[in-house]
Write a protein that binds this ligand. Structure first.
Ligand SMILES: [Zn+2]
Length: 287
């Protein structure tokens, strides 16, 4: 289990700062479920951190709590998360909780929603009843609309737990960190040198993209006075926050989202990698 994510979640719970809409991506589906149920329990348990022993915690863990609604297109053998399921949620959300302070919706396979389903959900995320809480689970946030992403607090669990993969992931994460540091330097030489790694190994690109996006998000958080750091590179995020404008940082998050969208549409990876350098540098140092 991703300790970083668990610790961030626990910190938020302790400070009573858990947002009403959360997205969890990456990891295995059982890891995502574990974090989602933990968060749901923290909403409904009387202890600050879920005790695991009370009536609410037990019901949540065995899937029988009437105020924790779990939807899973996979269970119904659906390939997509249908818009009518979202519409049912939109109606159901106005029915008061049965026995608790909150009503928690856990939406598995949120990345299987098409744009119209996501737009339908967006309306509920924008103006939810005060007792409603949403936990969106998906393999990758890159399939989510930007408007949805702007309404949720996202936690990434990383990909897989096999040792080979995680070593590779560490490599990508370190490269993302070095690239982010290089981006804070006025000359582009170092950034160019580092991004030549993609020419040798194109598979690194999406992983680096997802790590560097998290660093940019953290830099935005720092710039706006939030202490919620999600990446493992808080120092780098601080450097970026001190050297780049907030507008530039938000632009960089947007750039990484656009690159994800292109990757999803199977755009030419070589071209994307070539553009990566110039797009990020331009955003960082525009104006
Ligand atoms: Zn409890």
């Amino acid at each position: 289990m991703n300790e970083n994510v668990f610790n961030s979640v626990k910190e938020l719970i302790k400070k009573s700062k858990l947002p009403h809409a959360i997205l969890i991506d990456g990891g295995s589906s059982s890891e995502r479920d574990e974090v989602a149920l933990y968060i749901a329990s923290s909403f409904l348990c009387n202890s600050v951190l879920p005790c695991g022993m009370c009536k609410n915690c037990i019901k949540i863990n065995n899937g029988s709590h009437p105020d924790v609604i779990i939807t899973d297109p996979g269970l119904m053998n659906e390939k997509t998360f249908k818009v009518n399921v979202v519409r049912d949620i939109r109606k159901d959300v106005y029915v008061l909780p049965n026995e608790s302070k909150y009503k928690v919706y856990i939406l598995k396979g949120a990345d299987k929603m098409n744009a119209s389903a996501q737009n339908a959900l967006l309306k509920t995320l924008e103006e939810p009843p005060s007792y409603a809480r949403f936990i969106l689970l998906c393999e990758s946030r890159s399939a989510m609309l930007e408007t949805i992403m702007s309404r949720v607090t996202a936690f990434g669990l990383g990909s897989g737990s096999g040792s080979v993969e995680s070593e590779y992931e560490t490599k990508a994460d370190n490269l993302a960190n070095e690239l982010a540091i290089a981006l804070s330097e006025v000359t582009e030489l170092r950034f160019m040198q580092l991004s030549s790694a993609f020419e040798k190994d194109k598979d690194l690109f999406p992983l680096v993209l997802s790590s560097i996006q998290l660093i940019f998000r953290d830099a935005v958080a720092i710039s706006t006075g939030s202490d919620l750091i999600l990446s493992s590179h808080a120092d780098t995020a601080r450097i970026l926050a001190s050297k780049l404008s907030l507008k530039a940082l938000i632009g960089l998050v947007g750039n990484t989202e656009e690159f994800f969208e292109c990757l999803n549409k199977n755009a030419n990876k070589n071209l994307l990698i070539t553009r990566f350098c110039s797009v990020l540098r331009n955003t960082a140092y525009a104006g």
